[in-house]
Design a protein around this ligand. Structure first.
Ligand code: CO
Length: 132
């Protein structure tokens, strides 16, 4: 069911420093910061030849990233995102398989429908599925 790895999201304590590091030390194609108020994050997209990296930084009160950074002050991998063709079919299948789907599909950072799957059901890894 899942297809390509769409992105790996990394929560960072200093967005400017992390962007500069990816640009300068790693020589990556690093975009400009984008505020995503609906998701409580500021995102920097990094384009790699075969996938993307998203640097996540908290935006506003109650950002889901803030709690993660409180537990992981130096940052860390927050989630991985796999592509699916049909988000509703994927969601129904996962529910039938006993996985916890976190909420109904909503529009993600790329303007496409996404769902998240509970990390406790997937080896401690928060999974995002994005319809492409
Ligand atoms: Co994501």
């Amino acid at each position: 069911m899942i297809g390509r790895l769409n992105h790996v999201a990394i929560a960072v304590p200093d967005l400017e420093a992390a962007s500069a590091q990816y640009r300068t030390a790693l020589g990556a194609d690093v975009g400009a910061p984008q505020d995503e108020p609906d998701h409580g994050v500021t995102v920097v997209f990094i384009t790699l030849p075969n996938t993307k990296i998203e640097l996540l930084y908290p935006l506003g009160e109650g950002s889901p990233i803030q709690g993660f950074l409180d537990k992981n002050p130096s940052g860390g991998i927050h989630h991985v995102c796999y592509e699916v063709e049909d988000i509703d079919a994927a969601s129904a299948r996962l529910v039938a398989e006993g996985a916890r789907v976190l909420g109904a599909p909503k529009i993600g950072a790329h303007g496409k429908p996404v769902i998240f799957l509970h990390p406790k059901d997937f080896n401690g890894c928060l999974i995002e599925l994005e319809q492409v």
